[in-house]
Design a protein around this ligand. Structure first.
Ligand code: CS2
Ligand code: MN
Length: 354
């Protein structure tokens, strides 16, 4: 595996490449052209400039998170082919630039959903948190307003203000889309992009829905072992793979994370490894990465990745806000650096004892 950190680009991120380079054992970043909109074709010169900036800092660009999918593709409207053509052109350019892993998600309307961006923990750190009760009490239109004050000025992925301004229209677009339709639209998209992925050896890595169940009545399909195996079979190509995000699948306590990892041998192209602490089955917070701070056994998760021979990029995921850092919620430097170091320690111990 290659230990990486997510980096939003020098225009958007409070964390610098120099800082990332100084985290022991982190050799790459996962990045994106954060200013682009879903459906847009990425310019070759922008891709190459991003890659060069990262390489000049002594790191590698280990993959893209994310090339986002236009709603027309998820809804399956007649103009979807145009947006898929654009996506293919972007993939072609990424392939020509030597980039071989692309993370994306197929979540309708929202990306991840949290009800608090800065819940204060007993040690004074703040974390992202979720309660089903808070979601049930909110209109989707009010969701963004209710959390944005704690965003520290950052634009949150999937929660861009111009997107949130169109939220009613977006809900309207999805009104006839159920799980089956979403699966069919995902299949259609994957079948069209697989030839270019084969040509350039690009591993597509779908990120799970977070939380791993339907919110606000919207369909959500990338939520559990049965669905993800269905997706792997539906387009049975090794380039059709997954981002295994423990914090997202782990929102549903019925998901057995190590077992899911073992069932996805050869199809996990990217790993997000983080912990959650459940206060009740419908109230969880994003704890520190250590097993002792949360609900998951992080050793068992890393061991499962080791057992399947995982060689792709891995990254700590959302960290706590600690040591008075001000950054995008979940994406500060300090706690993610602690997370990376902890995961590297687990990995070293596993390698030496197996
Ligand atoms: C999530 C997502 O893993 C994460 O940090 O918060 O925003 C994820 O990046 C996207 O869903 C991937 O497309
Ligand atoms: Mn994730």
């Amino acid at each position: 595996m290659q230990m990486t950190l997510r980096w939003y680009g020098s225009k958007y991120d409070t964390v610098t490449l120099k800082q990332i380079r100084q985290i022991p054992g982190v050799t790459g970043v996962i990045s994106t052209l954060y200013g682009t909109k879903p459906g847009e074709v990425w310019e070759m010169e922008d891709i190459l400039a991003l890659k060069k900036e990262i390489e000049d800092a002594g790191l590698t660009l280990a993959g893209i998170e994310s090339v986002n999918i236009h709603d027309a593709i998820k809804v399956g409207t007649p103009d979807r082919d145009q947006y898929i053509d654009n996506y293919i052109t972007t993939l072609e350019r990424l392939g020509q630039a030597g980039i071989h892993m692309v993370c994306y998600n197929f979540m309708p309307v929202f990306d991840w959903t949290r009800t608090e961006l800065a819940r204060v923990r007993p040690d004074g750190s703040t974390v992202l948190a979720y309660t089903q009760e808070a979601v049930d009490a909110l209109n989707p239109e009010d969701m963004f307003a209710s959390i944005s004050a704690d965003a520290n000025g950052a634009i949150l992925p999937g929660w861009e203000p111009e997107r949130m301004a169109r939220i009613k229209e977006l809900f309207e677009m999805y009104k006839d889309v159920d799980d089956e339709k979403l699966f069919a639209n995902l299949k259609y998209f994957l079948e069209r992009i697989m030839p270019v992925c084969d040509k350039y050896d690009i591993n597509m890595a779908i990120h799970p829905d977070d939380p791993a169940w339907s919110v606000f009545g919207l369909p959500r399909i990338i939520i559990n072992k049965a669905n993800i195996l269905r997706m792997m079979k539906m387009v049975d190509n090794p380039h059709n793979g997954v981002t295994f995000c423990s914090g997202s699948y782990g929102t549903n306590l019925e998901n057995d994370l190590p077992d899911m990892i073992r069932s996805l041998k050869g199809r996990i192209h990217f790993a997000h490894v983080r912990n959650l602490k459940f206060n009740s089955p419908t109230d969880f917070e994003e704890s520190a990465h250590l097993s002792s701070d949360g609900t998951f056994d992080m050793y068992e998760i890393m061991l499962a990745l080791y057992d399947i021979g995982f060689t792709g990029p891995i990254r700590p995921d959302h960290g706590r806000m600690i040591w008075d850092e001000v950054a995008m919620p979940g994406y500060g430097l300090y706690d993610r650096a602690l997370g990376a170091t902890y995961l590297n320690g687990l990995w070293e111990a596993i390698v030496k004892t197996h």
